[in-house]
Design a protein around this ligand. Structure first.
Ligand SMILES: [Zn+2]
Ligand SMILES: [Zn+2]
Length: 158
């Protein structure tokens, strides 16, 4: 990963200085502190996603910012349409974020690598899913403690 990318959110900018002690304008992580181990990176990232990926410094947010495009590069165990987080280490787009698995999301039913391969496709699929009541496709895989609020919060900003 180039050293002008944030390790937590993958925000990349020529202008941003990734110096120790500075906060990321996107996710707000303090460079050189919470991003020093894989474990703390994962925790910080999960908290940030659960909050709906808010910008720490909104003035630096590019008008064409697409959270999915940014996060896809990291390789995540989330569905980018419904933001269901897989409990196991399953990565819909592979660990490198570039190798879609072509499996079906048990929650919203999107096929990874197909309807979610563009941000427009994601938005269209998500809109339909929400309009139809945000139902689970495969109810047997629905976690007992599933909380739709958390997932909808993640969707809110993107
Ligand atoms: Zn960041
Ligand atoms: Zn999904």
């Amino acid at each position: 990963m180039p050293n002008n990318s944030c390790l937590v959110c993958n925000f990349t900018s020529e202008k941003n200085s990734f110096t120790r002690g500075k906060s990321c304008p996107c996710c707000g992580v303090t460079y050189g502190f919470e991003d020093t181990t894989n474990e703390t990176i994962k925790i910080y990232r999960a908290c940030w996603i659960d909050k709906g990926m808010p910008w720490f410094n909104k003035q630096e947010k590019p008008s064409d910012w697409e959270p999915f495009n940014q996060l896809k590069k990291i390789g995540l165990n989330y569905c980018s349409v419904c933001w269901f987080q897989f409990e196991t280490d399953f990565f819909p787009w592979g660990e490198d974020g570039r190798s879609p698995t072509f499996t079906i999301c048990p929650c919203c039913g999107v096929e990874y690598g197909y309807e979610d391969s563009s941000s427009q496709g994601i938005k269209t699929y998500r809109k339909t899913w929400l309009e139809q009541g945000a139902n689970w496709l495969n109810i047997t895989e629905k976690p007992k403690n599933w909380n739709s609020d958390i997932q909808l919060k993640r969707i809110e900003n993107n």
